[in-house]
Design a protein around this ligand. Structure first.
Ligand SMILES: NC(=O)c1ccc[n+]([C@@H]2O[C@H](COP(=O)([O-])OP(=O)(O)OC[C@H]3O[C@@H](n4cnc5c(N)ncnc54)[C@H](OP(=O)(O)O)[C@@H]3O)[C@@H](O)[C@H]2O)c1
Length: 397
């Protein structure tokens, strides 16, 4: 097998699929900035290597003969059955087949969408594969089942990392948690589309690359297995929405928990309206997350016990979706304002450090802290120090 694409050094060479996405982007950034002496990561975009085209996969992997493959790619969750099947399932299958041929580890990303509802669910829990499943969970479940089988029969060395609701910066497609934040910031959520009981697990996107790094270096412990990569404690959706509302000092949503039948009826009406608008030539689309409406009303918490009993050490155990909220709100509101996606906010309302308020009303106060601000060398301050806590700042990419 040719390997003319390999760099001429001792570093381990990896191929990452999905490097422009929320999870893949974080992994790419981490491997470029924190483990550059140990690894080199290639991240072809979907034009260079499309998971829908087996020839692309074959040519690329034969050319570079990597030491491992990471797959974070998915198609949009509301894609049609063929696109979903080809990208999420067949793409996975072909990458895993290539990993078997090359005798290298394959790191796969999956989702809580393949699991039933319930509390403290273990890694062994999976939905039953039925025709009724929506395209996204069906394709992710099929991929998980195929990987399990390939491990058993072909000795595939893989790790399946299951994520829950992911929170983190740089989600440029505005999906999942970020979509909810957007609906709040855009003031399009009149009531609480959940109940008082519903709890869910959350995944901190910033921590994922640390786990991938660890998993790659500990194949014996992590090979052939699924791990939930979630924060230890589930979060109440109602409490999270109300916390964001209070940060943003919003009037909406009103503190009324809308019963599920009413929410479902409302979603049905919206769906009919968007179809009608499309028919008369006005572009409109339902948020794809509404396919998970029922989940907003049901608890689904993933057990983090297996992860906590593993050799992986959480780089920042205190970080939760609540501690990250100020950073996420600041990052996304600024971005969405800049892109004219939302009406500009008065920054004073969501600047937790009140820096904008001081800047506007008392600029001289900025200079009083100048001595402290410049007391430490700038270039030697690392935002993500090796082996220590992940800080809560937004890193640049
Ligand atoms: N985000 C969440 O809340 C969440 C929750 C649970 C699980 N997960 C799992 O985490 C993983 C990463 O999700 P994400 O949120 O990072 O996804 P994302 O932001 O939507 O990114 C998807 C990536 O897949 C790439 N891609 C799409 N079609 C492709 C194709 N045909 N060939 C090659 N690449 C293709 C995209 O590249 P282009 O932009 O170039 O098309 C993009 O880089 C997925 O396995 C997902 O199931 C995510």
């Amino acid at each position: 097998m040719g390997n003319q694409g390999r760099p001429d050094n001792d570093k381990k060479l990896g191929v990452l699929i999905g490097g422009s996405g929320l999870i893949g982007g974080g992994i790419l950034n981490y491997f470029k900035t924190r483990s550059e002496d140990e690894f080199e990561l290639l991240a072809p975009n979907s034009k260079r290597l499309s998971l829908r085209d087996p020839k692309d996969i074959r040519l690329y992997l034969k050319r570079y003969t990597p030491d491992f493959i990471i797959n974070t790619a998915i198609t949009a969750i509301d894609s049609n059955p063929l696109l979903t099947f080809e990208t999420n399932y067949l793409g996975t299958l072909n990458l895993a087949r290539a990993a078997v041929d090359l005798g290298i580890p394959y790191i796969h990303f999956s989702s809580a969408a393949v699991m039933p509802t319930g509390k403290n669910l273990g890694e062994e829990e999976q939905l039953r594969l039925t025709p009724e499943l929506a395209n996204y969970p069906k394709s992710k479940l099929l991929a998980e089942l195929a990987l399990q089988e390939m491990h058993r029969t072909l000795g595939l060395d893989y790790t399946n990392i299951r994520l829950a609701v992911v929170y983190g910066a740089h989600d440029h497609k505005i999906q999942g948690f970020q979509r909810m934040l957007f609906a709040l910031a855009d003031q399009t959520m009149p009531f609480l589309f959940t109940n008082q009981q519903a709890m869910h697990s959350y995944t901190n996107a910033k921590k994922v690359p640390f786990f991938v790094h660890h998993v790659l270096n500990h194949r014996e412990e992590f090979g052939g297995q699924t791990f939930h990569f979630v924060d230890p404690n589930p979060v109440s959706l109602g409490q999270l929405i109300l916390t964001i509302k209070s940060y943003l000092e919003l009037k909406r949503p009103r503190e009324i928990f809308l019963p599920y039948p009413l929410a479902k009826f409302g979603a049905g009406c919206m769906d009919a309206l968007t179809r009608l608008l499309r028919r008369i030539g006005i572009e409109s689309k339902m948020p794809p997350e509404l396919m998970f409406l029922q989940n907003f009303y049901q608890t689904q918490s993933l057990s983090a016990t297996k992860l906590s009993h593993s050799s992986f050490v959480d780089p920042n155990p205190r970080a939760t979706v609540f501690t990250e909220l100020p950073m996420l709100i600041q990052y996304y509101l600024t971005r969405w304002e800049d892109l004219n996606l939302i009406v500009p906010y008065d920054k004073v309302f969501f600047d937790p450090g009140k820096r904008a308020e001081i800047f506007v009303n008392d600029p001289e106060q900025m200079l009083t802290s100048l001595g402290d601000d410049v007391a430490h060398p700038f270039l030697d301050t690392c935002m993500w120090p090796r082996g220590s806590d992940v800080d809560s700042e937004t890193e640049d990419k």
